[in-house]
Design a protein around this ligand. Sequence first.
Ligand SMILES: [Zn+2]
Length: 529
Amino acid sequence: MRLCHLSVVFLAPALLAAQAPADPRLDQLKTELAKAIDNRAKLGQQMVDQVFSFGELGMQEVETSKYLAGILEKNGFTVTRGVAGIPTAWTAKWGSGHPIIALGSDIDGIPQAGQKPAVAERQWIVPGAPGHGEGHNSGVPLNILAALAVKDVMTREKIPGTIMLWPGVAEEQLGSKAFYVRAGMFKDVDANLFAHVSNEFRVSWGDEPALSLISAIFKFRGQSANAAGAPWRGKSALDAVMSFANLWEFHREHMEPVQRSHYVITDGGDQPNVVPSTAAIWFYFRERDYEHVTKMFDDAKQLARAAAQGTFTTLDTVQIVGSAWRPHQNKPIAEAMHANAVRVGMPPWDDKDQTMAKGVQRMLNWPDSGLRTKVSPLRTPEEAGQTPGAVSDDIGDITWTVPSVTLLYPANIPGTPGHNWADGIAMATPIAHKGVVAGAKVQAMTLLDLIMQPKLVADAKDYFVNVQTKTIKYRPLIAPSDQPAIWLNAEKMAKYRDEMRKYYYDPSKYDTYLQQLGITYPTIPKITP
Ligand SMILES: [Zn+2]
């Protein structure tokens, strides 16, 4: 017990709570929660299908937020919209007093990932449109199922406490959660349960196999001229962008291998016969921690200035678009959540689900092992260390602000590439519907654990204060002057929204979205050898 001698004062309430016997109602109430969530499976399917059909990109989750917050409002939650200066962000609260437990999950889609669900080959619904090629249509529906079930139990049993739901806006751009923290969204929250779609049931504690991140757009300014008639009168901002990218590639040789960095050119000029007077490049910089990722960003700014100097242009602005700390999961809550996942078990997959999964896996030239049938073991930091990880998630900032755990729930097919249309195939089928019901049960049971066991909340805080943040203190990667990039994806969404609207799910007319689209589950086209 490494903790005991560290903070006697802090531990005192936890020790007192430890002597109190667990509430005898808890076990029975968990069984009841599972049944109540099974009874609401239809609502789960409707929410998953509805959000899938919206297919909205980060910062433009207008319909999604209206719909999900609306359901919570109808069920007695108090909704606050536009939090942290982000129009599609909200909180929904119910109950009173402590503990205050938050439930979060992401809601945004992926560009060009629109795809007919249940079809194991590339088939658009609207050509070129975005879609849920990450499965973010399922997490808030899962949290709503969990919250409604727990709310019923708390009401009947007169159990105090507050439930707060929130959406991860623009997770794909790591664009909202540092701003949520800055706005004080978690100021009074005792613990946060996050849910993320996966192809497995998995909980972990400690540092995630992930990287911290800064995402920034560098804009250069030059001078336009006729590129054929008088090129000597022009200064090309595109030259600056390309020189900056080249300098970065030379610099890459001298970086530690753990880093990840990548970029796209978001403005490369208008047409070849006009020397580009503006140009912009968007970078993601990923490294282990605050110090390393900040150093990387500083290096980039130096190279950007050098590129401007070498091309007789100016570096106009450097704007942070997103940021993320490497997530750290709370041990006591993770252990409680894992026990609940074991109790719930994997979703009851049937032959059709497995046929769907294997069809997708064969299409992807992946071993056709089908859907997983066992709950994954609790992942420790030692095991996480053996799994190389390079992704980032801005849930990290919240995990360093309040004791948090991420539930990975099985609602997708093993072997999909991620951020791809193939990741959307399962996301409005029984695979997603069953995965969300199973995940909601685990989320609900863990929520009830926290609400009914002061000892668990105290243990979680103790771990947070005396282990996790003992030497590492959270400092935001965004500057006080940085604002949320609420303009992100506005043009892309405007281009497709009217056409996509024709395919929004109408649950008053159709049992499922598959029925509305006239798709047989599963549809496995013959692959021609
Ligand atoms: Zn995600």
